[in-house]
Design a protein around this ligand. Structure first.
Ligand code: GAL
Ligand code: ZN
Length: 673
């Protein structure tokens, strides 16, 4: 059975395009025509427009002028291209903030911002919501059924917080609702008798900040939850008029290592995921950089469990890192196809053409200030475009993963607030990346999911440092193992509940003790240079001691005061298995245990690989339910040994049948069976 899921169903193809800002060239209209010719030459078929166009389309309050958008969309359509149309709320026109200062944010010292920058409006302000709703309504009415438009890009990179009176009151209402209007319930959940910080009334509550309470961890967590909830409600307000006048799907562009919003929750109000990927290529080992970017590609695919879009990437360099280095020849094409290997149905750039002025004038773009196609960067984009055309049948295919890794924003916040362990250096991201790398190096697809996700389709679930586990998570994980799943947990698991209160009766909390068949006792936090060992494996940072409650020790510590006690345990529970790694290793321990589990569970690589592939090499697969498509990628700048496929396949780039993929520096292959 064919199972394709195109993010933009009215255009069931790979999208190859860029952020396009022709409003910056209104006084040099000949550039617009040059752009159209260059887009064709670059093998681009899409432009994302309108992201920062508010002052052009509504120059004065209530006075709309759509001529620029009409013409842009019409030109792109006539040129054979498609448009992803943005709502403009990411940056507002000057008149709006001048007339209604409440749209400007207030910081955590009570200071209201002046007009500046972007992505900095108050999410609660009824005026801002109303103005956004108005312009989105106009846009949706005018372009919602335009055949050139294929999707809506809502605002830009939502982020940040506001502590104005409106937001503070909304926060109090949020807490009133959560605690059923009962301040005693809040006091209990927040453990406020500590330091005599008991509240008498919801109106006494202030958001945590530089001058306010930050020691109540439950409050801190709820503030983060509120910021997510308020952003989600702002997005819903943006999307409502669009749904009224348009059937087209909506997305927001998300970010790398973004900590402020719980994207698992945000994802519920969009139709497909998209994100902006800007790794710091060549700053160290490119295979590490690629694998970390791969983690986020996997996450965004998993958010909606279907293909996503790579909404932004640079074809050469960015301009906002401490050092801004262009991509070496070959890497741009490879890193673009990396997204596709992980489940993207697009390669899109920021931006189409370099602007002449302001802060992004030196940011990479498909077309530079020379305005020609005769550049290394342009040719690279052309190459990517022609490859996407060749492999177009892959668009819409999905990713089957037998392994999932749990990543959770709430857990990350709780770990960051937690005073203990290595207080300011707990390394949650790094630890998740380290487990993800085991699968990346073997060419095994891995989903990245929320703790409450449906886990029933996975043979193996990894839950690194899952310190915060509420009732729902505990029962989800326990149910998964009971029904036959294999769960791999680590030190710190199940320490606190959803309000950041420690589980009583021992950790991991609740039923997790039976699931893992252990009870954890103490954590030895090592100083940065300290090392311990478990058999031949080196350990760093954390060695937790555990007592067995039915589990078996798989590996024991060989030094420390816990010598000969369990470092890794295994327990049969229901129809499944639970493995617990009580310590952080520097590489080989988790690999050894996980490689054994992969063999036991019969989880195979996308290619022929009984062991990790050569350094820098990985593989991924996509499927339409009938065909399998395999991507083999080499992120090293050296030629590496050829990779063998599991069986002879069609090489989609050469159209020959082969079972071998040669891998020059930054080389790749795409195969079909
Ligand atoms: C993104 C943003 C774009 C542009 C780009 C530069 O984060 O969405 O508008 O600023 O960065 O890399
Ligand atoms: Zn506000």
């Amino acid at each position: 059975m064919e199972k394709k899921q195109h993010p933009c169903p009215s255009f069931p193809h790979f999208i190859h395009g860029a952020d396009y800002n022709p409003e910056q060239w209104l006084e040099m209209k000949q550039i617009w025509d040059e752009d159209m010719a260059l887009m064709k030459q670059a093998n681009c078929n899409e432009m994302t427009v309108g992201i920062f166009s508010w002052s052009t389309i509504e120059p004065r309050e209530g006075e709309f002028d759509f001529s620029f958008l009409d013409e842009t969309i019409e030109k792109i359509g006539a040129n054979g291209g498609k448009v992803i149309l943005s709502t403009p709320s990411g940056a507002r026109p000057r008149w709006l903030a001048e007339k209604y200062p409440e749209v400007l944010r207030v910081d955590d010292q009570g200071r209201r911002e002046h007009i500046r920058g972007r992505h900095n409006h108050c999410f609660t302000s009824p005026v801002y919501r109303e103005k956004v709703r108005r312009i989105n309504t106009e846009l949706a009415k005018r372009y919602g059924k335009n055949p050139t438009v294929i999707a809506w890009h809502i605002s830009n990179e939502y982020s940040g917080q506001c502590r104005c009176e409106l937001c503070v009151n909304a926060f109090r209402d949020f807490l009133r609702e959560k605690f059923h209007g009962d301040i005693r319930e809040l006091n209990r959940a927040y453990w406020t008798t500590f330091w005599s910080h008991t509240y008498d009334d919801f109106d006494q509550i202030e958001p945590p900040g530089v001058l306010t309470e930050t020691g109540i961890h439950g409050l801190n967590l709820d503030w983060n939850r509120f910021v997510t909830a308020q952003t989600v409600s702002f997005i819903e307000n943006e999307v409502a008029p669009i749904r009224e006048y348009s059937q087209l799907p909506v997305t927001i562009n998300m970010m790398y290592e973004f900590t402020e919003l719980d994207y698992h929750k945000v994802a519920r109000v969009i139709d497909f995921a998209s994100w902006d990927c800007y790794p710091e290529w060549h700053n160290g080992d490119d295979s590490v950089i690629a694998q970390r970017a791969g983690f986020w590609h996997d996450l965004y695919r998993s958010l909606k469990k279907k293909p996503f879009l790579l909404m932004e990437s640079t074809p050469s360099l960015v301009n906002w890192k401490p050092y801004n280095k262009p991509k070496a020849p070959g890497l741009d094409v490879l890193s673009s196809l990396q997204a596709v290997a992980h489940g993207s149905d697009s390669v899109q750039y920021f931006q189409w053409r370099k602007g002449r002025g302001s802060s992004e004038k030196l940011h990479g773009a498909v077309v530079g200030h020379d305005g020609t196609a005769d550049t290394r960067v342009f040719r690279s984009v052309q190459t990517t475009g022609s490859i996407l055309q060749k492999i177009d049948e892959i668009a819409g295919t999905v990713t089957d993963a037998q392994v999932a890794l749990i990543f959770d924003w709430e857990n990350m916040w709780a770990l960051n607030y937690c005073q203990g362990y290595a207080k300011d250096d707990k390394k949650y991201f790094e630890t998740c990346y380290a487990y993800h790398r085991v699968f990346w190096e073997r060419g095994i697809n891995c989903d990245i999911v929320a703790p409450n996700a449906d886990l029933s389709g996975y043979k193996l679930v990894i839950a690194p440092m899952l310190y915060l586990t509420g009732e729902e998570t505990i029962s989800n994980l326990a149910g998964y193992v009971r029904d036959g799943g294999t769960l791999y947990g680590t030190y710190m698991m199940g320490t606190v509940d959803e309000n950041d209160l420690c589980h009583l009766g021992g950790i991991p909390g609740g039923e997790l003790k039976e699931v893992f068949g252990i009870i954890a006792e103490e954590i030895d936090t090592l100083y940065p240079a300290e090392r311990r060992h478990a058999a031949e494996h080196e350990l760093a940072d954390y060695c937790e001691t555990v007592k067995l409650l039915g589990a078996q020790a798989v590996v024991c510590y060989t030094d420390g005061y816990y010598k000969d006690t369990p470092a890794v345990t295994r327990n049969a529970y229901g129809k499944g298995t639970a493995i617990y790694q009580a310590c952080r290793d520097t590489g080989s321990l988790k690999e050894k245990v996980l490689w054994g589990i992969l063999d036991e569970l019969g989880i195979d690589s996308a290619v022929h690989a009984q062991a990790p592939l050569a350094h820098g090499v990985t593989a991924h697969s996509r499927t339409d339910g009938v065909h399998t498509y395999v991507f083999v990628e080499n992120y090293s700048d050296k030629e590496v040994p050829a990779v063998f496929l599991r069986e002879p396949m069609e090489d989609l780039l050469t159209e020959k049948v082969t079972d071998c993929c040669e891998l020059p520096p930054y080389g790749f292959g795409i195969f079909k069976k």
